[in-house]
Every structure is written in C-alpha cells, then in structure tokens.
Write a protein that binds this ligand. Structure first.
Ligand code: PLP
Length: 300
C-alpha cells in the first residue's frame, strides 16, 4: 500500500533505460531515456531472466532528494566486480537517477531501484535500468518488528573460502532472501535475522543489523559475508558525531537477544527497531529510531 493514498491514486512509476552505462554516448545518442514502465522492455534471453545474473541497488529519495548516491554507486561497482562485470559510469548513472526522481510527481518517499545485468545472452552488453516508485508504507516496521533468527547455512569464513557464493554481493538472485521472509511469516514473525552456521548474528535479508550495547554501537563485520550497508554508515556518522563508540564486531544471537536495543537498517525502510527477537522482547526507543532514520534519509 502506498503512503496514505486512496486505492488507485498512486502516481505511476518512472522507468529510465540506461543505454550508456559504460561511458559517454557515441554520436550524440542520449545516455538514458524514459520508457513506458507498464510496457515490456526486457528480452527473455537477458541473463537476469535466465540466470538471475546481475546486481542492483535500492536507494531512497526523501522529499525529492536521493540519499547516499555515492555510496550506493560505489557498492554497485563492488557487487559488479564480484560477478566479474566492469564497473559502470558513475556520472551517467547519477544523472539517470536524478532524472528518474525529477520525472516522478513529488512524494515524501520514493523507492529507486537501479539494476545492472549481464545483458542478453551472446551480446556481451550489460542491461541497465532505473525504476522509481512510491515507497511502501513503512510506518508499522518503523514502530517495531517481530524478528526470528534463521540459519543462513554458511560460516563467517565463507567469503574467504568460497567467494563464488557471492556472500556480501547485492545480486539479482534474491529468491533466497524472499523465501526466508515467507518462512518468518510461517513462524509468526515479520522479519528475519540471518545467523551464520557458527551462531553469529549476520544481517536481515534486505537490511543491516545495528546493536546497542550500553554506549557502544556494533554492526556485523563485512568480511563475515554481509552486504556493506550504506544506512549503517550514515547511522555511525551520526552516532560518532555525538561521541559514541561504533564498530564492527561479531555477536552471537544470544548477545543480540540480550542487547540494550537493536535495529534493522536499510535505505528505503530506514531504521526499524527489533521489538522482539525469537520471542524475547527488546526495548524500543522511538525518538532514537526517528533520529537514526533521519540520518539515513539525509534529513539530519
Ligand atoms: N543487507 C542486505 C542483504 C541488503 O539487501 C540490504 C539492502 O537491501 C542491506 C543489507 C542494507 O543496505 P543499505 O543500508 O545500503 O540499504
């Protein structure tokens, strides 16, 4: 459902096809163009359709301003490198992202997804597009989530021992990340905290773990196989500016259950407090949650 809009009244999404993700246009062709978001645009032989072979980013735009564009583009390049795709042209993508937001009617919160795939089989040319739509209503999640911890089945050493598993890459093979949410629902919870095979807390299927232990703020080490979150970087910047100690540290799931507070952070939903983990209640601080959210949204 869209933000407090009557059924059917949400503005149409915006689609931008990026023709020149790898450098300036030859012969004056535009780098990107708007296309009909309700018409078919992708060939069925695109590797993303046949193999889920591609990478993506989801950005938030708040009151018409995109948050954390540079970090998102840097992470897209990192994910692309992990699947042996060349890094796309950041200047072109930045202009295309801004064009997508500008083409959308003004709304408080937009979800902007940037996809880069290996392209049509045999072409050797990646496909790239941007889709901007009104954000889901995240108010319930921002009030607090009931979370269940589920085993990801990988040790924290997987990135070093088996980099081909792509732990920590934001790939377009997110069926597992969606399946685990359905499992959470079957277990009566709303969200998931992935746990490593050794019992360490990792991340959510689309979010980064932030834990408060007294005056210390902790997130999962990136080398344990989690996505480097842009939101947790924004949260740490705010907290460090206020003098708090922030860092990466492996925590067992028991340590998270006993923490002073914990959140799942992400670019669209912002800061969602964990109000319950595996049936254990955690304290929720609404004012602090709102401040963390503002920092992630670039409103702080
Ligand atoms: N971890 C995973 C697996 C994700 O998919 C995401 C975002 O979708 C995040 C963490 C949070 O990243 P960010 O804060 O940059 O949105």
């Amino acid at each position: 459902t869209d933000q407090a809009r009557p059924e059917g009244a949400a503005p149409a999404p915006v689609l931008i096809l990026v023709e020149r993700a790898y450098g300036p246009a030859a012969g004056g062709a535009p780098d990107f163009r708007e296309a009909d978001p309700s018409a078919a645009q992708l060939l069925v032989t695109d590797f993303v359709a046949t193999r889920g072979d591609g990478v993506f980013e989801t950005l938030g735009a708040f009151d018409g301003t995109l948050a954390n564009v540079g970090p998102h583009l840097d992470r897209l390049t990192r994910s692309a490198a992990m699947i042996d795709l060349a890094g796309p042209d950041h200047d072109v993508l930045r202009a295309a992202l801004e064009a997508a937001v500008a083409a959308h009617p003004p709304v408080p919160e937009l979800t902007v997804r940037l996809s880069l795939t290996r392209g049509v089989e045999g072409s050797g040319v990646p496909s790239c597009w941007i889709h901007a739509r009104v954000a889901d209503d995240y108010a319930p999640a921002r009030a607090g989530l009931s979370v269940v911890s589920l085993d990801r089945g990988l040790p924290t050493t997987a990135p070093a021992s088996s980099p081909w598993l792509l732990a920590g890459a934001k790939t377009l093979s997110y069926a597992v990340n969606m399946a685990v949410l359905r499992e959470a629902q079957r277990r009566g919870a709303e969200e998931v905290l992935f746990v490593s095979s050794e019992g360490y807390a990792l991340e959510g299927p689309t979010s980064t773990l932030l834990v408060r232990l007294g005056d210390r703020w902790v997130t999962t080490p990136v080398d344990a196989g989690v996505l480097p979150g842009t939101s947790v970087a924004s949260a740490f910047a705010l907290l460090r500016a206020e003098g708090a100690e922030c860092g990466e540290e492996l925590l067992t799931i028991e340590q998270v259950r006993e923490a002073d507070a914990a959140w799942l952070l992400s670019s669209g939903r912002l800061a969602a407090p964990i109000r319950q983990l595996d049936g254990v209640d955690l304290p929720v601080d609404a004012a602090l949650t709102a401040r963390l959210g503002d920092a992630i949204a670039g409103r702080a």
